[in-house]
Design a protein around this ligand. Structure first.
Ligand code: ADP
Ligand code: MG
Length: 398
């Protein structure tokens, strides 16, 4: 680590449990931001396309104290080390590890034109931040956006910034891209910041127009079951970046600025122009965009009980065309369907993480038991299964 991002304190014997275990400053407030499940629309966000995530009732809470100097200091139940950086020396290339998600937000605010220079009466001061979370890490539920957005709304309030939620989403994305080094799109932060109870966020990633769409799961007697396979994924390297590069290459060869400009009816021509692998990558994105639009229309016209086939088709497209599934996800999906789910798919960036299954409430236990048994029979690690509800987005707690 460079000299301006340091590990300031030695680890204690055990992981700190609270703000007061680590910091001397008074608590100025607590802010929370949720993780998200993407109902449908995978790898479409960075192609200027459509996504339909919802914020979940699993969230990060950041407790913050105001400092009299220019230091940002951050601790987490996740780590025994207190990290610190000066507001005058924010450098994304020097940020690493989990604290990059926090310091990256401060840096990205500055990059996007917010003045961090402070001064005599300025509210822009140093801060102590303590992070805790019940969003499972690396499960595809975006614990990363939860931490970014909790910090973003905390800094907005404490530094008295006059900014919008879509602006904060772009700040979160910039932090994740340039401070963390993960080339992810704007979906996760948008869901975490714009989510509403019992609703999904229908986001056009080109215009950044966002619409809240009623899910109606509860009224329809449905529950959304998350199946965390515990297969670790890593966004900053490997497959995610390679898929993104394939999409850019496909768009370039088709003469469009992004795959958003390709429709299902263009696919026969695309198949003639592209090599087989690039074509399949493109076909996933183009058909997935259409499935998002179809899901929104189906939710509005026919209700959530009718979206199952779209979830199933999305999974097959990711498995066969985009090739981002793993055997654990495929098993979770097929066993869920056989045991009574009305639709199921892997969710998140792929290569691990979680699957989702939309289940009638009275079939939930049977689906859970069947998935757990099938994983044991296959010799896979035991999955964690839990129901999530669509929840409100980031906000101040007190
Ligand atoms: P996902 O977003 O799917 O959970 P990512 O790899 O994008 O997975 O983000 C996980 C990373 O976010 C963790 O490895 C850690 O660096 C950071 N993170 C998430 N939650 C916390 C937390 N409560 N405390 C510290 N770091 C966290
Ligand atoms: Mg993430």
């Amino acid at each position: 680590m460079s000299d301006h991002v340091t590990s300031a304190s030695a680890p204690s014997e055990s992981t700190r449990a609270s703000f007061a275990d680590v910091f001397d400053t008074d608590v100025a407030g607590r802010w929370t931001a949720p993780g998200r499940v993407n109902l449908i629309g995978e790898h479409t966000d960075y192609n200027d396309g459509f996504v339909l995530p919802f914020a979940i009732d699993r969230s990060t809470i950041v407790t913050v104290g105001r400092r009299s100097d220019r230091l940002l200091r951050v601790a987490s139940t996740f780590s025994d080390v207190v990290e610190e950086v000066s507001l005058d020396a924010l450098d994304p290339s020097a940020m690493q590890g989990w604290s990059a998600y926090v310091f990256g937000i401060a840096w990205a605010l500055g990059q996007r034109g917010v003045s961090l220079s402070g001064g005599a009466d300025s509210p822009v001061t140093g801060l102590d931040l303590f992070v805790e979370s019940d969003v499972p890490i690396g499960a595809g539920l975006s614990s990363s956006a939860a931490i970014e957005c909790a910090v973003a709304v905390a800094l907005t309030d404490l530094w008295e910034l006059d900014v919008t939620r879509p602006f904060l989403a772009s700040v979160g994305q910039l932090a994740e891209n340039d401070a963390v080094g993960a080339p992810t799109g704007i979906m996760d932060q948008s869901a975490s910041l714009l989510g509403r109870a019992d609703s999904a966020v229908f986001l056009d990633c080109r215009s950044l127009d966002a619409e809240v769409v009623d899910l109606g799961f509860t009224a329809a007697g449905l529950e959304l079951l998350v199946i965390d396979t515990h297969v670790a994924h890593e966004h900053a390297t490997g497959g995610y970046a390679a898929r993104r590069a394939s999409c850019e290459e496909g768009a370039r060869l088709l003469g469009v600025s992004s795959l958003r400009d390709v429709t299902v009816s263009d696919l026969p021509r695309a198949e003639e122009v592209l090599d087989d692998e690039t074509f399949r990558r493109v076909r996933h994105v183009v058909t997935e965009d259409q499935r998002v639009l179809d899901t929104v229309r189906t939710l509005r016209l026919d209700g959530p009980g009718a979206i199952g086939p779209l979830l199933d088709a999305s999974h097959l497209s990711m498995r066969d065309d985009f090739e981002i599934s793993v055997p654990e996800l495929d098993l979770a999906v097929s066993v869920s369907r056989d045991a009574g789910a009305i639709g199921a798919r892997m969710t998140g960036g792929g290569f691990g993480g979680s699957a989702i299954a939309l289940v009638p409430r009275d079939a939930r236990d049977a689906v859970s038991a069947a998935v757990t048994a099938a994983f044991a029979a296959a010799g896979f690690a035991e999955p964690t299964l839990f129901v999530v509800h669509a929840a409100d987005g980031a906000r101040r707690l007190g």
